[in-house]
Each structure stands twice: as structure tokens, then as C-alpha cells.
Design a protein around this ligand. Structure first.
Ligand SMILES: C[S@@+](CC[C@H](N)C(=O)[O-])C[C@H]1O[C@@H](n2cnc3c(N)ncnc32)[C@H](O)[C@@H]1O
Length: 255
């Protein structure tokens, strides 16, 4: 049986119904007006429809956005796609690169890094809390496009095992405390990205970046406004997410 990402399917239906399911798990899949067996669903080619009690549903293959936003189990705040995509570009993550990350959290950004570095690259991810380490392991395995993620169950305050990394991403509460360790792990001129939710944390991190020999290239916040999907009355949604986090980008200076 196939595993991971390729066994996930998205079911879409009337009134904005959307559900991401795993056709590899032998369960009945609940729908608003009935259910379908996962083995029956597995027979339906993505892009095609099926009917349950007279209501039509469509099946799509699951993409990374749907996996992260609708399937992956979250028990921590995660890196959202609007930040994740920008971070990948800012850190210049590309196939074959070796990148580090802490904390792993729910593993949402780890799977993005895993795809971006591809089969020849490596993602080294650190998580200090056992419950999140275990959850992330499951979420990363559930995606499993490439076998390129090395998970460490430890705090990076105790040291980062790798050296000469191309880039590092920090999503921890006190990034200013670990910059000396991150510096040792990065190659000269290596890229660093940091996400923090409050401006106090931004200021403290900036001071520490300067002390630790980093060039701060950018502090930025990304806002996204979604539109209601009604062509006759096209307008933004009434409510928007006002704040997720601040991003800080830097480069390692010197040796
Ligand atoms: C906001 S979550 C990270 C979410 C993750 N980026 C995602 O997209 O799913 C922060 C995580 O960092 C972990 N953490 C905090 N300080 C750490 C440290 N010094 N070393 C390793 N993990 C740490 C926490 O236990 C928590 O799971």
C-alpha cells in the first residue's frame, strides 16, 4: 500500500464543504449527508465526482496547502503558508541544501522545508518537548515525500549537532538566547530566519543578532486579505486574521 502524502484526498461539496482524508485508513468517511467507504473513494480518480444520497462531491488530490491547513494535527502555533512561502525564498532554500530548524512544533514548516530541499537535501529539526516531537514525527511521516528529515529530540540551547548549514529557521520563544549556537551551525554568510509574535521579542532579537555577528537584512510582517468567492458581489471577507507573527531575516558575518 502507498503511504504518506499520495494517499490523502480532498473531498469538496456544496456550501463550501471541504475535508482532507486518508484513503489508506480503512474507515468510513463522514460527509454532511452520509458517508463513503475509503476503499470506494480510492477508486475515484482525482478530479472526478461521486454522489451520496443525491448530493455530488468531487475528489481532488491533496496538495501541500491542504495537508498543512486541513490534515496535519496541530498542538502548537504553526507557520502559515503566507509566511512559509516567503521564508523559503528569503532563506534561499533550494534542492540539495542542508537547513536547520527549531522548534519543530507540529512539523508544519518542516514538511515545507523537506519538499524545498528535495531528495538530495537534508532538514535537521530540533524539538525539546516530547509530546510535540512525537506529534511532529507523525505529521512528517504522514507527508513523507522524501526521506530527508533528521529529527532531534533536544533543546538547541544544549547545542546544534550540524555544521556548515546553508540556512536556519528559528520559531522559538526566546531566539536571542540561541543565536550563538545557530551561528556555530551556519556556514559563512548563511541565511537565518526568525519568527516571533511580539514586537518586544523582535527588539530583543535584533540586539542579540548584532552582538552575535549577524547582518539584519529585514524585519517584516505579512498581511493577507481573502475575498468572498461570489463573482456577482466580489469583495473582501468581513473578518481577516490581523496578526500571526513578525519575521526577521539575517546573514552570518565573518567566519
Ligand atoms: C510555535 S512552535 C513551532 C511551530 C512550527 N514552526 C510549525 O510550523 O509547526 C515552537 C516550538 O518550539 C519548541 N522550542 C522552544 N524552545 C526550543 C528550544 N530551545 N529548542 C528546541 N525546541 C524549542 C517548543 O517546544 C514548541 O514546540
Amino acid at each position: 500500500m502507498r503511504s504518506g502524502f499520495e494517499t490523502k484526498r480532498v473531498i469538496i461539496g456544496p456550501d463550501g464543504f471541504k475535508k482532507v482524508v486518508d484513503i489508506a485508513s480503512p474507515n468510513k468517511i463522514g460527509l454532511p449527508n452520509g458517508q463513503i467507504d475509503s476503499t470506494q473513494l480510492a477508486e475515484i480518480k482525482p478530479g472526478n465526482s461521486f454522489a451520496v444520497n443525491g448530493v455530488d462531491y468531487y475528489v481532488l488530490n491533496c496538495d501541500m496547502f491542504d495537508y498543512v491547513m486541513y490534515y496535519l494535527k496541530r498542538r502548537t502555533q504553526i507557520v502559515y503558508p503566507k509566511e512559509g512561502a516567503y521564508i523559503l525564498m528569503r532563506l534561499d532554500v533550494s534542492p540539495g541544501k542542508r537547513v536547520g530548524e527549531a522548534g519543530t512544533g507540529s512539523g508544519a514548516f518542516t514538511v515545507c522545508l523537506s519538499r524545498a530541499v528535495g531528495p538530495e537535501g537534508r532538514v535537521y529539526t530540533y524539538e525539546q518537548r516530547e509530546e510535540f516531537y512525537k506529534l511532529a514525527e507523525k505529521n512528517i511521516r504522514g507527508f513523507s515525500e522524501f526521506n530527508n528529515v533528521v529529527m532531534h529530540h533536544k533543546s538547541i540551547n544544549e547545542g546544534i549537532e550540524e555544521r556548515d548549514l546553508d540556512a536556519f529557521f528559528l520559531d522559538v520563544r526566546e531566539p536571542w538566547e540561541v543565536l550563538a549556537e545557530v551561528r556555530k551551525a551556519l556556514k559563512p554568510a548563511g541565511h537565518l530566519g526568525i519568527l516571533v509574535p511580539t514586537t518586544n521579542q523582535v527588539a530583543e532579537t535584533m540586539t542579540s543578532l548584532e552582538k552575535n555577528g549577524f547582518y539584519i537584512s529585514e524585519v517584516v510582517e505579512i498581511m493577507m486579505r481573502k475575498y468572498k468567492l461570489v463573482p456577482e458581489r466580489l469583495r473582501p471577507e468581513d473578518l481577516m486574521i490581523g496578526h500571526t507573527g513578525y519575521l526577521i531575516f539575517a546573514r552570518k558575518l565573518g567566519e
